[in-house]
Design a protein around this ligand. Structure first.
Ligand SMILES: Cc1cc2nc3c(=O)[nH]c(=O)nc-3n(C[C@H](O)[C@H](O)[C@H](O)COP(=O)(O)OP(=O)(O)OC[C@H]3O[C@@H](n4cnc5c(N)ncnc54)[C@H](O)[C@@H]3O)c2cc1C
Length: 416
């Protein structure tokens, strides 16, 4: 597909933010080209096929409550496979506690109520957090006085066991943030999404999400393997030649944006995640339940993916993901020891399939964040910047950012 010489808007990057931006521009009747360095769309949301198994580029959850997702994506077409809305927590004494949201899994309510891990006061406080996240409108949560998530949990009287055994490993995996430095504004919105949404996987892998978005663009909009080397007002220089444009939207991950824009936006601090994938004949559990290490071990969460989405496997075998913080994979011996402890089952026969490291998995949304959690996107001179680093570190944040940046670019174009 040849690259156009000139368009109304050129978008750099075909991640969720870039694809959403391009769709907004195309729907407004303006011409748009997306230049993507990689060989496929999706950016951080991609799925590879390894020996017939669907291997997401890092374990990701699709939360059905994200408003931007509902507005943009035909969720039915993704054939979403839910997990149990809860977790199995291995405590420091080696006991396994299975907890679930009693509203959504009523059959587990007695067990969850009686489980000793958290105690009645902590459970009531966690329910209080959930209630607050439902009662306070999201726009107010995004502007509330902020502190770190760790301080917010302490303020709710949840320091100690509730945080260390349950909330920390859960949030470590969601935010990539070891010390829970993330803004309480972001935590509050995430908590709301967990209270309202189902945690799911698309049956064809997480990459089905950007694939669907891209399929809705006019044919020939996305140009793969077209890295952009330089961005200037009115033009981008790509490996395949220049493209002139009335507006340029830079929708790369934050560090790449800072580099291409010569520091006109600061490079965000980022958190890293590494996911280990194993193929297993006999799964350690038949439940699609996130396993959390409440003993502070290096694996923050693990899940038998095929218990939720059997289509992740080409045959009867199971696929297990296990996530650690940072970019350093666990050595095989340590990994098997930790997995055996987490599941309370032998793992000697598990076959290693793949290890996915994502050094810049998530931008760190730590205080101080802008009120409303929206960083500026219009840099002037027809240059715009989009991506999760401009909003919240999530699928929701990337989609919102793509749309609002495209709207800013469209407004600038119509002002001339
Ligand atoms: C392991 C992992 C787990 C996650 N878990 C969750 C989760 O459970 N729930 C959730 O909501 N979010 C999760 N996220 C976050 C979510 O995936 C991201 O917030 C979102 O995908 C970011 O999208 P983006 O479009 O802003 O950026 P990206 O996806 O990074 O897209 C940027 C694109 O720009 C391209 N690009 C870069 N430089 C150039 C260049 N010079 N020229 C052309 N193209 C370029 C890149 O190739 C890429 O395609 C997770 C992320 C990771 C990595």
């Amino acid at each position: 597909m040849s690259l156009p010489d000139a368009v109304d808007v050129v978008v750099v990057g075909a991640g969720l933010a870039g694809l959403r931006a391009a769709r907004t521009v195309a729907r407004a009747g303006r011409s748009v080209a997306v230049c993507e360095a990689g060989d496929g769309v999706g950016g951080r949301v991609r799925t590879d096929v390894v020996d017939g198994f669907l291997v997401d580029r890092g374990f990701q959850i699709l939360n059905t409550s994200y408003p931007a997702l509902k507005a943009t994506i035909d969720l039915d077409a993704l054939d979403l496979r839910p997990f149990v809305p809860g977790a199995a927590v291995r405590d420091p004494d080696g006991r396994l506690h299975r907890l679930a949201d009693p509203r959504r899994v009523p059959s587990w309510a007695p067990r969850t109520a009686l489980d000793p891990l958290l105690g009645p006061v902590a459970k009531a406080r966690i329910a209080g957090l959930a209630l607050r996240s439902l009662l306070v409108p999201p726009s107010r949560q995004a502007r509330a006085p902020e502190r770190s998530t760790a301080d917010e949990l302490a303020r709710w009287g949840l320091a100690g066991v509730p945080t260390e055994a349950f909330l920390r490993p859960f949030l470590n995996g969601v935010l990539g943030d070891r010390d829970l430095e993330t803004s309480s504004r972001v935590f509050s919105l995430f908590w709301r999404s967990f209270v309202l949404g189902d945690l799911t996987l698309p049956s064809r892998g997480i990459g089905a999400l950007p694939t669907q978005l891209a399929a809705r663009l006019p044919a020939g909009t996305v140009h793969l393997e077209t890295p952009v080397h330089r961005v200037a007002p009115g033009v981008v220089e790509t490996a395949r030649g220049p493209v002139r444009a009335g507006a340029v939207i830079l929708a790369t991950e934050g560090t790449a944006a800072a580099e291409l824009l010569d520091g006109r936006v600061p490079a965000p601090r980022t958190f890293a995640l590494t996911t280990h994938y194993h193929v297993v004949e006999d799964p350690p559990t038949r439940q699609a339940l996130l396993h959390l290490d409440g003993a502070g071990g290096p694996i923050v969460n693990s899940l038998v993916l095929t218990n939720a989405a059997p289509s992740y496997s080409p045959d009867h075998r199971h696929l297990v993901q296990s996530t650690v913080l940072g970019t350093e994979p666990l050595g095989d011996r340590d990994l098997r020891r930790e997995l055996a402890r987490l599941y309370g089952a032998p793992v000697g026969a598990w076959e290693e399939l793949a290890t996915v490291r994502v050094p810049r998995a998530l931008p760190a949304a730590v205080p101080p964040t802008p009120a409303g959690l929206q960083h500026p996107v219009d840099l002037g001179d027809g240059l715009f910047v989009a991506g999760d680093h401009r909003d919240t570190p999530s699928v929701q944040g990337a989609l919102v950012s793509g749309r609002r940046t495209a709207q800013a670019a469209l407004a600038a174009l119509s002002r001339g």
